[in-house]
Design a protein around this ligand. Structure first.
Ligand code: KG4
Ligand code: ZN
Length: 435
C-alpha cells in the first residue's frame, strides 16, 4: 500500500511517501495485555518497581532482524520512498519563536509544492497513492487544519482512506523508520565498537565496473535494525518531554512527564537568554560542542529517586539569574560555557531518568524521539550510559528526530492495514495526550 503522509502541526510543512505492507504480530506483543499495563502503572505509582534489570545476555541479544527482507515482529513493514520537509524557521526567527498565524499562512503556500515534490522524488503520481495519513494533533490548530484539509481533499477526490495521527505517537515510534542512508536508526549500544560495524553508507553500483566491484566488495549493508517490543521510549521535543513503556505500535503507557517546561522549550528559552538565534536547541548544541563547562554547574530538576518526572524551569531560572548577575551581555566564551553547562544539566536528567525507567521495568531497551533527540551531547551521553548499563539504545537519524511526515505515515500503518478510515469527520486537536 502506497501511503501519502502529511505533517503541519507546528513550523514544518512535510510530506512523505511510504510503502506499507502487512507484518507479523510478535508473540511477545500478543502476550502483553491490558492487565500488564495496569500492574505496571500501579507499580510505578507506588514506587515499588525496583526490579532487577534483565540479564546482560538478554540485553545484548539482537533486538530484531537486520535483514532487508525480514519483518520486524509486531510491526508492519514500511519503506520510506520520499521525505520532504519545508522549514519555516527563517520566517519565525526574527520573532524568537513560532508565530501561529504566520505558520498557518506559510503551510498554506507550502503544502501543495511539498506534496508535489514528495511524489516526484518517489517517482510516483497521485494516482499511485492508496491511502493518506495526517497529523491531527497535538499542535497549533491553524497549522494542523492546513494539513488535515489538504489530506481530506485528496482523500475525497480520490476516494481513499484517511487516518489522523497523534504527533507524539509518531515521535515515539520514529526509531522504527528504516532507511538505507548513512544517517540511520541503529542500536548504538551495546554492540561491537563502531570501527567493527559495517559501513551504512549505501553503495551505488552502475555500468561495467559495477559488476566487478560487486564481486569484490562486501554485500550491500542491511537496513538498520529497529527495536523489538517492549521498550522504554523517551519523547523529548519542543512541546513535550515524557517517558513511555511501549509494548506495540498502538500499546503504550506514559510513565513520567515534565512537570513544567519541555526540554526543547528550555533549550529555546535559554538560547534566547544567551542571544543565540532561534531555535535555541541546535544553536546551543553547536555552541556547546567540545566545551568543558568546568566548575560551572546548574541544578538538575527533580533529581530524586522517588519520581521519574522531569523539571526544567528551575534550570532556566538559574541560567537567567547567572546572566542577570553579570549585568553585561555575555561574551562569546561565557555563552559557550553556559550553553555547555545548561546542556549538560538537561542531558544528565534525561539520561538518568530514562535508565531508571529501564531498570524499574526490567526492560533493557530504550528509544529516543523528538527534536531534542537530535542533540549530539544527549546522543553521546545516552549511548555511553546505555553501554555501561547493558541497555540497547535505538536512535533515529537526527533528521528523523525533528518534525517530518515519514514518522506520521509509519504511525498510521497498523490502522491503514486494518482498513480503518477517519474520513471527513477527522478533526484537529490542539491537545491530545497519549498513553
Ligand atoms: O520535535 P520537534 O521538531 O517539534 C516539536 O514537536 O516540538 O522539536 C523541536 C524542538 C525545539 O525546541 C528545538 O530547539 C529542539 O527540538 N531541537 C534541539 C536540537 N534540534 C532541535 N534541541 C537540542 N539540540 C538539538 N540539536
Ligand atoms: Zn514534533
Amino acid at each position: 500500500m502506497i501511503v501519502l503522509a502529511l505533517e503541519t502541526s507546528c513550523d514544518e510543512t512535510a510530506a512523505a511517501l511510504l510503502e506499507v505492507a502487512e507484518g507479523r504480530e510478535g508473540a511477545e506483543t500478543d502476550r502483553l495485555t491490558a492487565g500488564t499495563l495496569r500492574t505496571l502503572r500501579g507499580t510505578l505509582r507506588e514506587g515499588e518497581g525496583d526490579q532487577e534489570p534483565r540479564s546482560r545476555r538478554d540485553a545484548t541479544a539482537p533486538a530484531s532482524s537486520t535483514s532487508n527482507q525480514e519483518h520486524v515482529e509486531g510491526f508492519p513493514t514500511t519503506r520510506v520512498l520520499s521525505d520532504v520537509v519545508a522549514s519555516q524557521i527563517e520566517e519565525h526567527a526574527p520573532y524568537g519563536g513560532v508565530v501561529p498565524e504566520l505558520a498557518s499562512r506559510r503551510h498554506l503556500t507550502a503544502i501543495l509544492p511539498v506534496i508535489r515534490r514528495a511524489l516526484a522524488d518517489a517517482g510516483r503520481t497521485l494516482d499511485d497513492v492508496q491511502a493518506l495519513a495526517v497529523t491531527a494533533g497535538p499542535g497549533l490548530i491553524g497549522s494542523l487544519l492546513i494539513g488535515i484539509q489538504a489530506a481530506k481533499a485528496i482523500a475525497h477526490a480520490k476516494r481513499l482512506p484517511l487516518i489522523g495521527v497523534n504527533h507524539l505517537a509518531a515521535h515515539l515510534l520514529s526509531s522504527h523508520l528504516r532507511r538505507s542512508s548513512p544517517d540511520v536508526a541503529a542500536p548504538v549500544s551495546p554492540g561491537p565498537p563502531s570501527s567493527q560495524r559495517p559501513s551504512q553508507r549505501p553503495q551505488r553500483l552502475s555500468g561495467k565496473s559495477a559488476g566487478l566491484r560487486a564481486l569484490l566488495s562486501p554485500p550491500l549493508p542491511p537496513l538498520p535494525s529497529v527495536p523489538s517490543f517492549p521498550y522504554v521510549g523517551l519523547v523529548v521535543s519542543g512541546g513535550h518531554t515524557a517517558l513511555y513503556a511501549v509494548w506495540g505500535l498502538e500499546r503504550f503507557a506514559q510513565l513520567a512527564a515534565t512537570r513544567d517546561d519541555a526540554a526543547g522549550e528550555a533549550f529555546d528559552k535559554v538560547g534566547k537568554l544567551l542571544g543565540l538565534p532561534y531555535p535555541g536547541g541546535p544553536a546551543i548544541d553547536a555552541a556547546a560542542a567540545g566545551i568543558e563547562p568546568g566548575d560551572l554547574r546548574f541544578p538538575r530538576g527533580l533529581d530524586r529517586k522517588d519520581t521519574l518526572d522531569f523539571s526544567f524551569s528551575g534550570l532556566k531560572t538559574a541560567v537567567a539569574d547567572r546572566l542577570r548577575a553579570r549585568r553585561e551581555p555575555p561574551d562569546p566564551d561565557e555563552v559557550r560555557r553556559v550553553a555547555a553547562a545548561f546542556q549538560e544539566s538537561v542531558v544528565a536528567s534525561l539520561v538518568k531518568k530514562s535508565l531508571q525507567a529501564c531498570e524499574r521495568l526490567g526492560i533493557p531497551r530504550l528509544t529516543l524521539g523528538g527534536g531534542v533527540a537530535a542533540n549530539r551531547g544527549l546522543r553521546r551521553s545516552m549511548a555511553e550510559a546505555c553501554r555501561t548499563a547493558g541497555v540497547e539504545l535505538y536512535l533515529p537519524a537526527r533528521s528523523d528526530c525533528t518534525d517530518n511526515a515519514a514518522m506520521v505515515g509509519l504511525a498510521a500503518a497498523p490502522r491503514l492495514l486494518r482498513g480503518e478510515d477517519d474520513g471527513g469527520s477527522l478533526a484537529a486537536r490542539s491537545s491530545w495526550p497519549i498513553g
